[in-house]
Design a protein around this ligand. Structure first.
Ligand code: ADP
Ligand code: MG
Ligand code: MG
Length: 883
């Protein structure tokens, strides 16, 4: 098998640029070279080699050694330099690159091929001694860290001391001689820590680096990143070996990173940072503060140092032309790495850029409007889950803010929480339910778990493309980076700004859209739903077949959901209305009543309350279908559980404490989830459902009278297992409807149907459909009853189940398509066989989950129902499922 694929100099072994084979970086290096962009030549060792490397315990097959030698010869042929040559040495970088980009998670070695001999040759041929020794010390430092795994702190310390001794502030102040002296010191550090001298054979160096990059696939931080981003462990990484180009050859050289559009706002403007006389890593590492790419961005930020547009206008022009070419070729916003060597531009990487939800939306809509992509593609480009970020509140512009300082607006959104100064504490306090803001001088890949646990991230150092910024945007966490006036003392768990001090546990707020850092928690306002969001939703609505309803039971929820585009109510849980303090007394009276007469008396008090609830809801939902579920939970949920409450409740209900306790004990159930609940309540106490049905129909008549537009009530009977149960309950509802319509002298269209949430109901759907006009799949309970797993008790073992691959995802979050899904498919088929126009929908958490929505589309359900904030997510996901 072939493992090595060359690129550059009119050679493209990779052909179509298969990312699965070459990794993202390798495929796009080949791609850029193939369309004639300036890319240093190189080769890619393909991803299948990664598994072979692990299987063989880190030994490479002979055939691959020959292929790599051939690859090196390819680079030598194009560059005219020789690997390990004393007079004109070829230097290479050895870079990781998996299928999916994992920024900063794996290792890279630059300047490989330098040793005590070649460094002299490099100095002579470049005519720049300082550059040669700077490159050598960088190489030793990186190689020792990545390949030899020595403590990098020792090298940094040596550099700091060297600068201090000479009275320098910046690395750029070190002369050739200074670097040379430092190289000697670095080599002695290596010998001391490693026990052997720094490897001088360039081939040993090369294979050491290749092995280390493959090895970095299994590093702890790479594993954590994969777990958080659903990247399978068996994909493996590719390794790219590429001729070095040098951004550290003086003031006509530079290195930078750029996005073809603003990754934070999506604005169609180049966005990036660069450093003169530096190598790639320097920009990301935040050693020096980078300069802006464009004049406009520099001016907007009020920064002094010249932008690249101003400092290197000619190269900047070439770069801008490359941006255009790349966007046209890849038809997406690109994230680019480049280097300028003595005035010549080189492209080192391109990939589809990570972006905020806001930017994703704007870029998709803009690109479709520009004709670069179609409307369908625009719909598919936006991750429905990510919309979540946009639908949530931002800081109230009118709220008082106690601004401590300002940093860079690195990832939008606002977050409040307690200040925490290390990632372990962030994780601990977050899992205890606290909102935390992670505050670090700068973040590194070791902070991933803390960043994930935090509501927001604040750093004192680093630019808009720093680690913190990139990772925060990817995770959808608000982030303020480079807040330079923060004096952070992580050891003492505090920071100071001027004379003010914030300690661990103090409340702070960050605004990732403005960069502001505030003391205390600042109130928020609702998001803006017009603009690009509105445009994309219009496109999505035109493509989707599934209707989207909402799960809501308060007028406020209903209004929010309608603003978000809900087309009716899929689930209104009436019991929530019973829990209100003013009503629970009447509910308890009903429960504690000795007979039907007593119950009816109590229900009489509840009727007007329930009716007014429905009036409010129906007014918001006028003309739309509203599925209302009759009482579902076991009655004892309404009774007090605390000893201290009994006396008060007994008094309110006009009973003595002993009777109350006895009744509570009678109602106690061993397994309430499968107990006296759902339609079992209606079967034993029909008067409860009768009152509820009456309240629904009276309210519908009132709204029809007032507004002329009645809702379409869909009365839903929960927890049905048999046709007979539904028959009995439907008779109760129909009778109430007839009575009300007679009294009001008006008829209103309505349906009676059932929730399918028991396996028996799914299997007997054929005969249940003889009675019910609609099915709503209650997938929360259906998942519990199908899997035999109680959702409230699942936390203890479900994570382990997911880790061990027993369920791919938490089945309460994403529908178990194989099991629960099959029951839904059976019920849908049998229901339709009996009643071709039966209405089918899904309520439950899954109604807002894109993967589950795709299943609903495949099963040709009529609608999904989601909580108000998830309605837009469901609309977009439904459109994607239909495309
Ligand atoms: P990562 O995946 O962490 O971004 P890369 O492989 O892209 O790692 O390399 C890190 C940095 O090294 C990049 O900024 C890139 O510009 C620089 N670099 C990589 N290869 C070369 C090269 N051949 N010449 C010059 N700089 C390089
Ligand atoms: Mg890179
Ligand atoms: Mg249920």
């Amino acid at each position: 098998t072939q493992y090595v694929y060359r690129f550059g100099g009119n050679v493209s072994d990779g052909g179509k640029g298969d990312k699965n084979l070459l990794g993202g970086k390798g495929a796009n290096l080949d791609g850029m070279a193939s369309i004639g962009l300036p890319v240093p030549p190189g080769f890619t060792i393909s991803t299948p080699m990664c598994a072979v490397y692990y299987e063989q315990g880190g030994v490479f097959p002979e055939s691959v050694k020959a292929e790599v030698a051939n690859g090196i010869a390819h680079i030598e042929g194009i560059t005219g330099k020789k690997f390990g040559d004393a007079s004109d040495p070829l230097l290479v970088s050895v870079r990781s690159g998996a299928r999916a980009s994992m920024p900063g998670m794996m290792d890279t070695v630059l300047n490989l091929g330098l040793n005590d001999t070649t460094v002299v040759g490099l100095a002579t041929i470049s005519g720049d001694e300082r550059f040669a020794w700077d490159s050598y010390r960088r190489f030793i430092q990186m190689y020792s860290d990545v390949v030899l795994e020595l403590d990098h702190g020792r090298f940094e310390e040596a550099l700091e001391i060297a600068k201090e001794d000479r009275g320098y502030n910046l690395d750029t102040e070190l002369s050739a001689k200074d670097w040379q002296a430092l190289v000697a010191e670095y080599k002695s550090i290596v010998e001391e820590l490693w026990g052997k001298p720094f490897p001088q054979d360039v081939h040993d160096q090369l294979w050491g680096a290749i092995g280390a990059v493959f090895g970095s696939w299994q590093s702890e931080r790479a594993k954590v990143y994969r777990r958080l981003n659903d990247i399978p462990g068996d994909w493996g990484t590719a390794v790219n070996v590429q001729a070095m180009v040098f951004g550290n050859m003086g003031d006509t050289s530079a290195t930078g990173v750029a996005f073809t559009r603003d990754p934070s706002t999506g604005e169609n403007a180049y966005y990036g940072e660069f450093l003169i006389n530096a190598q790639g890593e320097d920009v990301v590492a935040g050693i020096r503060t980078p300069q802006y790419l464009t004049k406009a961005a520099r001016e907007k930020a009020g920064a002094k140092p010249a932008s690249m547009e101003e400092a290197m206008p000619e190269v900047y022009g070439q770069l801008a032309a490359v941006f255009e070419t790349l966007e046209k070729h890849y038809r997406d916003m690109q994230d680019i790495e480049f280097t300028v060597e003595r005035g010549k531009l080189w492209m080192l990487q391109t990939r589809s850029g990570k972006r905020t939800a806001k930017a994703a939306l704007k870029i998709a809509v803009d690109m479709a409007s520009e004709g670069l992509i179609t409307e369908e593609e625009a719909i598919l480009r936006v991750d429905p889950q990510a919309l979540d970020q946009l639908l949530h509140p931002t800081l109230d512009p009118n709220a008082k803010r106690d601004v401590l300082t300002k940093g860079l607006p690195a990832s939008p959104g606002a977050a409040s929480g307690i200040a925490v100064f290390d990632s372990d504490t962030a994780e601990k306090r977050a899992s205890a339910g606290e909102a935390v803001i992670l505050i670090r001088v700068e973040t590194s890949p070791e902070d991933i778990h803390g960043m994930h646990a935090a509501k927001g991230i604040l750093t004192a150092r680093g630019g808009m493309t720093s680690h913190a910024a990139v990772v925060a945007r990817g995770m959808g966490r608000p982030c303020v980076s480079g807040a330079g006036t923060l004096a952070i003392n992580a050891r003492e768990k505090l920071f100071r700004v001027g004379t003010r001090e914030v300690r661990e546990g103090d409340l702070v707020t960050i605004d990732g859209a403005t960069g502001e850092v505030m003391l205390g928690a600042v109130p928020t306002v609702q998001p803006e739903l017009a603009g690009d969001f509105g445009t994309l939703m219009v496109w999505a609505d035109a493509k989707r077949r599934l209707k989207v309803r909402t799960n809501a039971e308060t007028p406020l929820d209903c209004r929010t959901a309608r603003d978000f585009g809900a087309e009716g109510i899929g689930l209104c849980r009436t019991e929530h209305m019973f829990f209100e303090p003013s009503r629970v007394t009447a509910v308890r009276e009903m429960i504690l009543a000795a007979d039907e007469k007593g119950r009816r008396a109590a229900l009489e008090k509840l009727l007007p309350e329930q009716r007014s609830d429905f009036v409010e809801i129906f007014e918001v939902m006028a003309g739309l279908p509203c599925t209302i579920r009759l009482l579902d939970p076991p009655l004892h949920e309404f009774l007090p559980h605390e000893e201290s409450e009994f006396a008060e409740v007994a008094a309110a209900a006009g009973l003595d404490v002993e009777t109350l306790k006895r009744r509570a004990a009678e109602l106690h159930e061993f397994n309430p989830m499968l107990g006296h609940r759902g339609c079992r309540l209606g079967v034993t106490y029909p008067e409860i459902y009768e009152m509820q049905a009456r309240a629904i129909f009276e309210a519908a008549c009132i709204v029809a009278e007032n507004s002329g537009e009645a809702p379409i009530p869909e009365v839903m009977i929960p927890l049905v297992a048999t046709k007979r149960e539904l028959e009995l309950m439907k008779a109760v509802v129909d009778r109430a409807a007839r009575d009300v319509f007679d009294e009001q002298d008006r008829t209103i269209e309505y349906l009676v149907g059932t929730m399918i949430e028991l396996p028996r109901a799914a299997l007997r759907a054929g005969e249940i459909a003889e009675v019910g006009a609609f099915f709503s799949f209650g997938t929360n309970d259906l998942t519990q009853t199908t899997l035999g797993v109680s959702r409230d008790d699942a936390a203890k073992f479900l994570t382990t189940y997911v880790e061990k691959g027993i369920y791919a995802k938490d089945p309460f979050v994403s529908l178990d398509v194989e099991g629960v899904g099959e029951l839904i498919a059976i019920a849908a088929e049998r229901g339709r066989a009996t009643r071709p126009d039966i209405k089918l929908g899904i309520c439950g958490e899954h109604g807002g989950d894109p993967a589950s929505i795709a299943f609903c589309e495949d099963t040709r359900l009529d609608y999904v129902s989601a909580s108000p904030y998830r309605v837009p997510i469901a609309r977009l996901a439904a459109a994607q499922a239909a495309l």
